[in-house]
Design a protein around this ligand. Structure first.
Ligand code: GUN
Ligand code: ZN
Length: 441
């Protein structure tokens, strides 16, 4: 790893408290940001960012690296059928090798699009493979083994006994939380209320507090899902989770499309975070989350692409733009303005993952997770007067030139340095074909 990197001649989009956007240099030393608007000092590596924006890496708060191999194999279905007919049988067919290929494909795509950190809910088995890919690729991630101790039409390979699920989660936590200088973290990941017993959820709530790790689950994504929870528990989903202890500043709920006003108040009062997944909510026909209203009521919101089979991209540019456009359709053109959308994609994600003192903005002392993005393309010309607007509404994933994570250059001039792109694609093709035949798809 180069000890020092100087990024010169770019426009720094800092996402600091003042939202400062300024021309200048960024100095990185020993994995951290050493100076913003640095004088042009000596450095081991100098990167010329003329014509580019320099921004904090995106933080996606909800993805599934295990599902990247399923891209294009589960289209045009609503959530429960999508899970039962396609996603669960494919997850059940994973081996260590196929999961490794799936995670490598996902991480490569994320880095190429300027995402430097993500929270990923994995499948029930082989989670170790994902941790290894994160470790080797230089990516930053919070990873959780999926927990499923009940449910109908769940393939045998995904069904776990409560104790076994907890034992394996704790073993992974012990082995991986805090590894790679803190780049890798663990979270408990019960799949959603209808895949878990009340007993499992209560245990997870207690263990997460005892061990100081996050809880991540899906909540209130789909109408049928919340009807099942109401039938089984007599409660609204978020009220049920709150009663079991699955709310708070260490809890991150994915989707939250179908919430009533009481549930929004619960999230706001408890500091529970929401991962908004606009493309997934559209593709699965789940509905439109009331994000502008949640923000107005003080709920912490961030963005995630969700898994490849419900998007089919893992691209924060798409999520940011789609989120902003959807809120305008719901609440008028002034809803979710560009500056706020960019904030949710950076600091919002960092806050959701409990990492806001470490990443999410370009500020001295923070970990150096940075992307350099071209602004002189056909689709961004003429030279934007408002850079933040250009980033949210015009920029595309392929405009990302260079990506740095924890001070390591992981992509330079669109060339991945920690993963071999051709090999990643070849492995994905081979392992996806084998997996589909094991799954009978
Ligand atoms: N709810 C329970 N499991 C899943 C999943 O894998 N993806 C999505 N989008 N929602 C879920
Ligand atoms: Zn999901």
């Amino acid at each position: 790893m180069s000890n020092s990197i100087l990024i010169k001649n770019g426009t720094l989009v800092t996402m600091d408290e003042r939202d400062a956007v300024t021309d200048g240099s960024l100095l990185i030393r020993d994995g951290r940001i050493a100076a913003v608007c640095a004088s042009d000092s000596e450095a081991d590596v100098v990167i010329d960012a003329a014509g580019c924006a320099v921004l904090p890496g995106f933080v996606q708060s909800h993805i599934h690296l295990c599902q990247t191999l399923f891209r294009g194999s589960a289209d045009d279905l609503a959530l429960i059928d999508w899970l039962k007919k396609r996603v669960w049988p494919m997850e059940a067919a994973h081996t260590h090798e196929s999961l490794r290929a799936s995670a490598r494909l996902g991480v490569a795509e994320l880095i190429k699009g300027g995402t430097t950190c993500a929270l990923t809910m994995e499948t029930v088995n082989h989670t170790e493979a994902v941790f290894r890919v994160v470790e080797e690729s230089g990516f930053r991630a919070t990873v959780g083994k999926c927990m499923m101790d009940r449910g109908e039409e769940v393939p045998a390979a995904l069904h776990e006994e409560t104790e076994a699920s907890i034992r394996e989660s704790l073993a992974l936590l012990e082995a991986w939380h805090g590894r790679a200088s803190g780049r890798i973290r663990y979270c408990f990941a019960p799949r959603f209320a209808i895949s878990c017993t009340r007993g499992l959820l209560e245990r997870v709530a207690r263990l997460a507090v005892e061990r100081g790790v996050m809880i991540h689950t899906h909540a209130s994504e789909n109408r049928t899902e919340i009807e099942i929870v109401e039938r089984e528990t007599g409660q609204r989903n978020v009220v049920y989770l709150d009663e079991l202890g699955l709310t708070g500043a260490h809890v991150l709920l994915a989707h939250c499309v179908h919430l009533d006003d009481v549930e929004i108040e619960v999230l706001s009062r408890t500091g529970t975070h929401v991962a908004h997944c606009p493309s997934s909510n559209l593709k699965l026909g789940s509905g439109l989350a009331r994000v502008a209203l949640m923000l107005e009521r003080g709920v912490s919101v961030s963005f995630g692409a969700d898994g490849a089979p419900c998007n089919n991209r893992l691209d924060m540019w798409t999520e940011m733009r789609t989120a902003a456009l959807l809120q305008k359709a719901l609440g008028g053109a002034e809803a979710l303005p560009a500056r706020q959308a960019l904030r949710l994609a950076t600091m919002g994600g960092a806050r959701a993952l409990g990492l806001d003192t470490e990443i999410g903005s370009l500020e001295t002392g923070k970990r150096a997770d940075v992307s350099i993005v071209k602004l002189d393309q056909l689709h961004s010309a003429p030279r934007p007067a408002e850079i933040v607007s250009a980033l949210v509404y015009s920029t595309q994933s392929s405009d990302v030139q260079t990506v740095i994570i924890d001070g390591q250059i992981v992509m330079r001039d669109r060339q991945l340095l920690t993963l071999d792109e051709n090999q990643v694609i070849a492995e994905a093709n081979r392992e996806a074909a084998l997996l589909m035949s094991r799954a009978g798809i």
